[in-house]
Write a protein that binds this ligand. Structure first.
Ligand code: M6R
Length: 585
């Protein structure tokens, strides 16, 4: 994963690099570093931990530099493994994975070259150094030819202190142009804080940043013309606005996000095509990862029950290697908050290559997924900074449910859901009192049937992700087939019950866990169930159309994860080992 940046121009590079890196921290925060070139030397400053750890690097002198914020793949999170990496006259920052790094490293060691880090990336600096005669760009190109895997790299050379060479294959990289200055970054969100003019680097292309104008080259190093993209700021606000954590702020934004939901395409003219495809489609495949996969599961229940269109939901990392059957008239929907998740992109690409119409449900304009899709259904949830997805999940559901209603020929006004969501947020505060029962638990179960099962899966993922408690989301009817053996008097069980026709069935599972000593917590829209004396505590949420209830029932589950995380002394915004956007497979 990782975020990379570069700057050359009229200003001191270090403060600009640090600002851009802070925005890219969602891509990883195991370590951070910058390198700044001046006429005498290249200074490197790097530390384990978040970008704030390298704040004093802002004093580095020079107008050209590169930076990196890391999510460790090869080599533990540590200062020695932090980027940038140097060898000879070259300093590099890399995002991606060099799959043949071991072989290349052996080759270098046989040439008596020594390595400082355990990363797959350091070898890139060695190769560039080996191929350098006096042409910086040529040396980078020769090195890139040797690399297998995925990469976006930015390179400095002490022989060319006012130049950055950039290359990409498989990992994103965008170049920006300002007033007598150039930028490079892993995404447009970072660039949009400095400029509204960008160039999207494609696989196999190179860019040289020097002076005011970037120059682009194809894989043979012939100069190429690239269209300039003028873009609006991607997100206007990424501030905690007085909240202690982004996660809490983002949960509290759910009502306003639902209020804004309107099914439309970007660009708008694609909507007719999408509508035509949707009406004629005979099969729907949904591909996504993590929370987005759970929103796909929720959508399946709505699409099949309301529209009777067979819908398959597949984890993107499975779909891409599974040789899926994509029949004519299959609509593929890729869901991704960031639009940059590597597995989702690969699954979407595969579906498109096999002839499917590809619709993207995403929250980030100009992301890789938006550029790949035939049609983009934006979620418009605004910047989501906390690693744990919250409001983007609710927004994805609103869009996907609107798709189901469109196919059915019905209109739904999600502004009504905004008021329900506000009521749910208010009642969800009660789960704060549940946390003492969860803190020391060996494991936690979330159970439900139908759409409540989908919500249970999401509740469990959220709890694991930020509280680090082992937990499982389970179909309530399935517990007795094995997993019930794990339930004892220390096990908290959270049951979700929003469908009248299934409530008694789920209550059977509740009784079964209760008789094994479990403490039961209920989230329900059914007042009689909420009054059930067997539960330690219940949260009553507003009733809504049964197919759509996860859009509300997930809110107390998000709150439970949030309060448990805090009670365990964790940082809910930046859980260990994770990153907001998973750009490697
Ligand atoms: O950006 P995406 O929606 O493609 O991300 C997919 C998952 O990585 C993401 O939903 C992850 O599971 C969340 N951190 C869960 O809260």
């Amino acid at each position: 994963m990782c975020g990379i940046v570069g700057y050359t121009g009229r200003r001191r590079a270090a403060p600009v690099l640090l600002k851009l890196l802070k925005i890219l921290e969602y891509r990883g925060y195991d370590s951070a570093g910058i390198a700044v070139a001046n006429q005498e030397r290249i200074d490197i400053f790097k530390r384990q931990g978040k970008v704030e750890q390298i704040g004093s690097a802002s004093l580095l002198v020079g107008r050209t530099g590169i930076g990196h914020t890391r999510w460790a793949t090869h080599g533990a999170p540590s200062e020695k493994n932090a980027h940038p990496h140097a060898y000879g006259k070259f300093v590099i920052a890399h995002n991606g994975i060099i799959e043949n790094h071991a072989l290349l490293k052996e080759e270098c060691i046989a040439r008596n070259e020594t390595f400082i880090s355990d990363t797959d990336s350091e070898v890139i600096a060695h190769l560039i150094s080996r191929y350098y005669e006096d042409d910086f760009l040529r040396a980078v190109q020769k090195a890139c030819v040797r690399l297998e895997g995925s990469f976006a790299i930015v390179v400095l050379s002490s022989d060319h202190p006012d130049k950055i060479v950039c290359a990409r294959k498989g990992s994103p990289l965008v170049v920006g142009k300002g007033d007598r200055e150039c930028f490079v970054a892993s995404d447009l969100v970072a660039l949009s804080s400095e400029t509204d003019q960008a160039f999207l680097l494609e696989d196999g292309e190179y860019a040289v940043l020097q002076g005011a104008q970037p120059v682009f080259y194809d894989r043979e190093l012939s100069e190429i013309y690239k269209e300039k993209l003028r873009f609006d700021p991607v997100f206007d606000c990424a501030d905690k606005e007085g909240y202690l954590h982004f996660m809490k702020k983002e949960m509290n934004e759910i009502p306003s996000v639902l209020n804004k939901t309107k099914l439309s395409c970007v660009p708008e003219k694609d909507f007719n095509d999408f509508y035509k495809v949707l009406c004629q489609t005979e099969y729907i495949h949904i591909v996504a990862c993590g929370t987005a996969y759970h929103s796909g599961l929720c959508a399946k229940y709505a699409l099949e029950s309301l529209c009777r269109v067979p819908t398959e939901v597949c984890i993107a990392s499975e779909y891409r290697y599974r040789n899926p059957i994509i029949k004519p008239r299959t609509l593929v929907i890729a869901i991704s908050q960031s639009g940059e998740t590597a597995d989702t992109l690969a699954a979407a690409k595969l579906a498109k290559e096999r002839g499917a119409y590809l619709a993207a449900v995403t929250n980030v304009k100009y992301s890789s997924l938006t550029r790949l899709a035939d049609c983009v259904l934006e979620t418009n949830a605004g910047a989501e900074i906390a690693v744990a997805a919250t409001k983007s999940f609710n927004a994805q559901l609103a869009v996907l449910y609107s798709v189901a209603l469109l196919r059915k020929g019905e209109k739904e006004d999600f502004t009504e859901f905004a008021a329900y969501a506000q009521k749910t947020l208010d009642s969800a505060e009660a789960v704060r009192g549940w946390t003492p029962y969860f803190l020391g638990a060996k494991s936690v179960y979330f159970i439900g049937r139908g759409v409540d099962y989908c919500a249970a899966l999401e509740g469990s993922l959220k709890l694991k992700e930020i509280s680090y408690l082992p937990s499982e989301g389970y179909a309530a009817g399935e517990l007795k087939h094995g997993t019930l053996a794990l339930v004892d008097e220390n096990t908290p069980v959270v049951a979700i019950l929003t469908q009248r026709s299934l409530a008694e069935k789920t209550m059977n599972a509740v009784h079964e866990t209760k008789s094994r000593g479990a403490r039961v917590f209920l989230i329900t829209s059914l007042p009689d169930i909420a009054a059930n004396a067997e539960a330690t505590s219940s949260v009553l949420i507003p009733a809504c159309r049964e197919e759509f209830t996860p859009i509300l029932s997930v809110i107390p589950l998000q709150a439970l994860a949030y309060y448990t995380s805090i009670a365990r002394g964790n940082d809910p915004d930046k859980p260990r080992n994770l990153a907001k956007s998973v750009t490697v497979e």
